[in-house]
Design a protein around this ligand. Structure first.
Ligand code: ZN
Length: 301
């Protein structure tokens, strides 16, 4: 049995009525500096056409539509932490989806989520007020339900059980999320160094989406005087492919998606997979924008 699978891009978009559960990579770039080949971090969990987003990097609205996802089926947004590559467009996305929404979107994550939205309403009052007049829409805030969390948490939302666990991404408070919905269990790491709290959260999940930073060739692309310091810093806050795979193995997950991906220089997906599959024997993918990963469901949907 092959241990790594080549990425597949689906021909048909997800949409209302599509029942195959999947994770769609909307943005697979780790780190704040814009990349030519990858957009900033965002992943969509799609179950029966209903969408849960984990993180909202810059440009997520365009990627959401490019993936064929229905803005009207956006149910919830989970924010892992407040680095800009994970959260830049969280309010902008809901604003841009506003005219398509019938129900409020649940937005869950650490503070200052509420302040981000309040400042957005203030900064973009001109557009909000004009569209309320022109289109007769209730205020944008009526379509946003914010839950701020600052510790390990579990909550239910519209048929989904969402469990959040603090992971290790100092100095920020960063959360990993597990979503149990429709018989599927999916865990998203956010940014973290290899975390035993994450391994516990992800226990027996169908799929773990784990960040990774490829460090094996980093010294070739760093100034010699700073290389050791930068590498030590990276290992303190991120996970290399072997570290992510070790967590996947410890958790006993069914499959591993390594995304987002950070690197200091060019690296082939095969090199990342080789490092990961040395300690994880299940199906594994390296994230790329608009990659669709079907969920290997063990229960009924
Ligand atoms: Zn981060």
């Amino acid at each position: 049995m092959p241990r790594a699978y080549a990425p597949e891009l689906a021909e048909s978009p997800a949409g209302p009525g599509r029942s195959a559960p999947e994770v769609v990579v909307l943005g697979s770039a780790g780190g704040p500096t814009p990349k030519a080949a990858r957009r900033p971090v965002s992943h969509a969990l799609v179950i029966d056409g209903e969408v849960t987003l984990v993180d909202c990097g810059n440009g997520v609205a365009g990627q959401y539509v490019a993936a064929g996802l229905d803005l009207g089926r956006l149910r919830r947004i989970l924010i892992s932490h407040h680095h800009i590559d994970h959260v830049a467009d969280v309010a902008t996305l809901v604003h841009l989806a506003w005219s398509q929404l019938e129900d409020p979107v649940a937005v869950i994550g650490p503070p200052p989520l509420r302040r981000i939205f309040d400042l957005h309403y203030e900064a973009f009052a001109t557009d909000i007020e004009s569209r309320m007049q022109d289109e007769g829409r209730p205020h944008l805030r009526e379509f946003v339900q914010i839950t701020e969390i600052d510790c390990d948490s579990a909550l239910e939302h519209s048929g989904a059980r969402i469990t959040a666990a603090l992971v290790e991404h100092p100095p920020l408070r960063a959360f990993a999320y597990r979503i149990d919905q429709g018989g599927a269990s999916i865990c998203f790491s956010g940014d973290t160094r290899p975390s035993t709290a994450l391994a516990a959260l992800a226990q027996d999940a169908d799929l773990l989406v784990h960040e990774t930073t490829y460090l094996a060739n980093a010294a070739d692309f760093l100034p010699a005087a700073r290389a050791a310091q930068v590498l030590a810093r990276m290992r303190a806050v991120h996970s290399d492919p072997a570290g992510a795979a070790w967590i996947a193995s410890a958790a006993g997950v069914g499959a591993l998606l390594l995304s987002p991906v950070g690197a200091f220089g060019p690296v082939a997906d095969e090199e990342i997979l080789d490092e990961a599959t040395a300690s994880f024997s299940g199906p594994a993918w390296v994230g790329s924008d608009l990659l669709r990963v079907p969920l290997p469901i063990r229960g009924d949907i």
